[in-house]
Unconditional design. Structure first.
Length: 183
């Protein structure tokens, strides 16, 4: 049996499942490239994916080790997913317009708000709730700015989908708030 580390087993099934899913996500494009020419990743694409997915996994592991509070863990997972999706989608296709639309880089402000807010909160649930709500608000406020600055036409569905991506930040804020109430 594995050695106990802070009350948990080193070989936790959930941990193995999580890292297994991460590995599968990284290998999926490699497998797809064997069957279709529409998926054409370079070494840099794989390195980017490994860094992104690995970073999310490591930060989530830290959150899990910090507390056994399920709401805190879920809040951290939502925030990490929101940040991951923001970077991934912006890099792949762009939030507004195409991935080449430099105005999409403004969404990086949302990540700064979340990261700086988390550090200022010292990762404590009550203040994390405020930091994630601020990130969600920053996201919502940036959408009209990016739309106004975009050179080409912007479709309504792009605006609606972009606003939908603010949702996980607010869900994260609500979960951190619940975690604070749970103690």
């Amino acid at each position: 049996m594995a050695t106990n580390v802070e009350g948990g087993r080193r070989g936790s099934p959930w941990r193995l499942v999580g890292w297994g899913i991460a590995a599968a996500l990284i290998l999926l494009p490699l497998v797809a490239m064997q069957f279709t020419s529409e998926v054409n990743w370079t070494a840099e694409d794989f390195i980017f994916a490994i860094v992104m997915i690995g970073t999310v996994g490591l930060v989530f592991e830290l959150a899990v080790r910090m507390t056994s509070n399920w709401a805190y863990r879920a809040g951290a997972a939502c925030a990490l997913a929101a940040g991951f999706l923001l970077i991934w989608i912006n890099g792949a296709v762009g939030m507004i317009g195409s991935e080449g639309n430099a105005n999409n880089l403004l969404f990086g402000i949302v990540l700064l708000v979340a990261v700086i807010g988390s550090i200022a909160a010292r990762f404590k649930a009550p203040a994390m709730s405020l930091a994630m709500a601020a990130a969600g608000l920053a996201y919502v406020l940036l959408v009209p700015i990016v739309v106004m600055r975009s050179a080409g036409p912007v479709e309504t569905r792009e605006i609606v989908l972009t606003l939908v991506f603010a949702g996980p930040w607010f869900v994260s804020a609500a979960l951190f708030r619940k975690a604070a109430r749970m103690g």
